[in-house]
Design a protein. Structure first.
Ligand code: SF4
Length: 362
């Protein structure tokens, strides 16, 4: 993997004010050939320069449908990879800081997944349908595509898992155990009776061949470290101190939290729910801090706080800075293509098979 290089002095030494001015000037020079995409979890200093904001899938679709030659993806690595796949590898897709990965995606290395898959099939499991959350590497998406599987987002996970359950004897869900468990439970499956947690560090995920044969849903042992910062205690505290406050969480939170919250849904669902709520509503939200703070600023007539009163910041997403953005744009103006994210053609083709199955459902 490429390493992020230090920013050159003429960029690193800029004040924030000068960096904003430079970004604006470079944008004008580059015109419509360059678009900036900003994920909801980005810092304000970055997102204010985005042409489009959204969740990972919305941004990838915008990249696909745009005619821009250059796509600056202010998000994390797997999102830029997805944009490159969806644009057929024909545009320049850049991630302004190569250190902006996703800790959850890193919990499902494709080598470990392939080893687990082999073990399960050797143990006699048949007709396994792999499903990966879009928050995963292109290598894992390709593995899933090659093995008849499908990709999901938090918005369409219900439809995707339903499809996979109808198609196979078992659904192997990567990398977020919580999203898989919450959605499958919502579909009527019992976590104890119908699901198992697959620990890739243990033979057969830590189970016997009989156990894996008897469970319909296998959940890879991965999670989002940001959404792991929300606890049952925090929910109880809000219930005690502010019973009128509604608790709204992302399904990457643990099942115990989703179960006792008022509402749960994707980033898009969270935004729309808050937007549609009447003035005076009170919300405690369980998702990344930048999105919650932005919602609070956009809706001064409502009381919006984080469910976690301390920190719940995505540290990798937060690596994209105003200065990194200025550096990538400065490079483009000078004919340099910094931090290109490029997925190998075979990997992109296999990933596309899994993405297309998802698009057919949503
Ligand atoms: S919030 Fe969690 S899932 Fe999203 S990019 Fe950060 S680590 Fe990954």
């Amino acid at each position: 993997m490429q390493q992020q290089q230090p920013l050159p002095a003429h960029i690193a030494s800029l004040t924030d004010q000068d960096a904003h001015a430079l970004v604006n000037r470079l944008r004008e020079q580059l015109g419509k050939d360059t678009i900036i995409l900003g994920h909801h979890y980005q810092r304000d200093e970055v997102i204010q320069h985005a042409d489009f904001t959204g969740d990972s899938l919305k941004l990838a679709r915008i990249a696909r449908d745009s005619k821009a030659k250059n796509i600056i993806f202010c998000g994390v690595h797997f999102m830029a990879e997805t944009a490159d796949i969806l644009t057929g590898g024909e545009r320049f897709v850049s991630l302004p800081d190569l250190g902006a990965g996703c800790d959850m995606a890193d919990m499902a290395e494709v080598r470990d997944v392939a080893d687990s898959w082999l073990e399960a099939t050797k143990a006699g499991a048949k007709n396994i349908i792999p499903v990966t959350y879009i928050n995963s590497s292109a290598a894992l998406k390709a593995f899933v595509g090659k093995n008849g599987g499908i990709i999901c987002t938090s918005s369409n996970a219900k439809a995707v898992i339903t499809w996979a359950l109808e198609k196979g004897n078992h659904v192997f869900f990567f990398p977020d155990q919580h999203l898989g468990r919450n959605i499958a439970k919502g579909l009527g499956f019992d976590p104890a009776r119908d699901m198992l947690l697959w620990d890739p560090k243990k033979p057969l995920g830590g189970h016997s061949a009989e156990t894996i044969a008897s469970k319909k849903i296998w959940l890879w042992k991965g999670h989002c470290p940001v959404h792991a910062l929300f606890t049952v205690h925090q929910v109880k505290k809000i219930r005690e101190t502010s019973p009128e406050t509604k608790i709204l969480v992302h399904p990457e939170c643990a099942m115990e939290i989703v179960d006792i919250s008022d509402l749960s849904g994707s980033t898009d669902y969270i935004i729309k729910t808050v937007e549609a709520s009447p003035a005076g509503s009170k919300w405690a939200i369980g998702t990344e801090k930048h999105l919650v703070e932005r919602l609070a600023a956009q809706h001064p007539d409502k009381t919006i706080t984080s469910l976690n009163p301390f920190t719940c910041l995505c540290g990798t997403m937060n690596r994209i800075s105003l200065h990194n953005l200025a550096w990538v744009l400065d490079g483009l103006v000078n004919g340099e293509h910094y931090n290109q994210i490029k997925v190998l053609p075979d990997m992109a083709n296999d990933s596309m098979a899994a993405l297309n199955r998802m698009f057919e459902l949503s």
